[in-house]
Ligand binder design. Sequence first.
Ligand code: IPE
Ligand code: IPE
Ligand code: MG
Length: 262
Amino acid sequence: MALADVLAGVPKGSPEEAISRRLDFDRLPKHVAIIMDGNGRWAAERHLPRVEGHRAGIDSVRDTVETSARLGLSVLTLYAFSVENWKRPVPEVSALMGLLRHYLRAELKTLLKNNIQFRVIGQLDRLSPDVREELEAAVARTATNTGMVFSIALSYGGRAEIVDAARQAIIRGIAPEALDEDVFSSFLYTAGQPDPDLLIRTSGEMRVSNFLLWQIAYAEIWVTDTFWPDFRARHLLEAVADYQRRDRRYGAVSSDPVGATN
Ligand code: IPE
Ligand code: IPE
Ligand code: MG
């Protein structure tokens, strides 16, 4: 995918087109991870029940998945429900699960058409059997697709994932001297995927809320005040453009020596 694919999906003469034309398609993030936040506040601003914010957020998911695939990202991970979110009122949790099933039913065809591989990460045994079956069916149906990996973090906790990985390493009998960062990563839910290069959070909160704790070690972070239901292709493209202006040093000396002689 490339500029032409992105342009085919945005209106002519739009801000999206202008941002896309300035992107360097050889330096895209491989993996973008998004903390979709602010649905409740979006609804409250409109005097609507919180669930209406979640419902409206589905359009943002659709737009983000499509734009990410057109851009040619390798992996898009969306944080949809944390292990801590189980503390929310039962009706809100049920509504969220219902919306998830609705999304899967409505979008599976599009995922297949766009060669997208759907995955789920998290403590799936905590989900009700009907939700789990639906998720597993979507994962199985798209398993041989070779395009973008679209991963949903559901009943997901970063610390829980790390503990699960440690358990797996013990169960598999990995010797202490054989355990290094690469081996450990192979026991995470994201095994085989590149770490997120870009972490986006909507609704202005400056925290990671237990998301991909291991994997975001060197992710570039981009926060927008926009609430998730208002997030669209334009925001994603802005985030990628901003990412391309960052100097990723990984603890070493700047590769962009601006000011180095001062
Ligand atoms: C994000 O929106 C969706 C989930 C966490 C499931 P919120 O529901 O957290 O919305 P706010 O943060 O209360 O506005
Ligand atoms: C983070 O949002 C989790 C998801 C987006 C799924 P929360 O709304 O649950 O996070 P906090 O409570 O503001 O940290
Ligand atoms: Mg929130």
